[in-house]
Design a protein around this ligand. Structure first.
Ligand code: SF4
Ligand code: SF4
Length: 79
């Protein structure tokens, strides 16, 4: 499972997450969601470190990042 999960339905296409991702793991989709926006998506899951900066930046609270732990993954949602 990807560390970073973007809810494309609530995305408003502001591109903040794309600009602030230190790993350049996110890109804007060519397609549109039901609201007519181009949603962000995790284009390079192998680059994502689970830093959760994108989730902190998203004004729509549309991103959830799952941080890896030693034995199991725990969910961390910010914003
Ligand atoms: S969790 Fe961090 S590395 Fe992963 S997509 Fe978000 S900002 Fe980029
Ligand atoms: S910050 Fe949120 S609303 Fe803006 S493009 Fe990223 S997922 Fe969409």
């Amino acid at each position: 499972m990807d560390l970073c999960q973007i809810n494309e339905r609530v995305c408003k296409g502001c591109e903040l997450c794309v600009k602030f991702c230190p790993q350049h793991a996110l890109e804007m989709s060519e397609g549109r969601n039901s609201a007519g926006f181009h949603p962000a998506y995790l284009a390079h899951p192998d680059l994502c470190t689970g830093c959760a900066l994108c989730a902190e930046m998203c004004p729509e609270a549309g991103i959830v990042v799952y941080r890896r732990q030693k034995a199991r993954a725990s969910q961390t949602q910010t914003g």
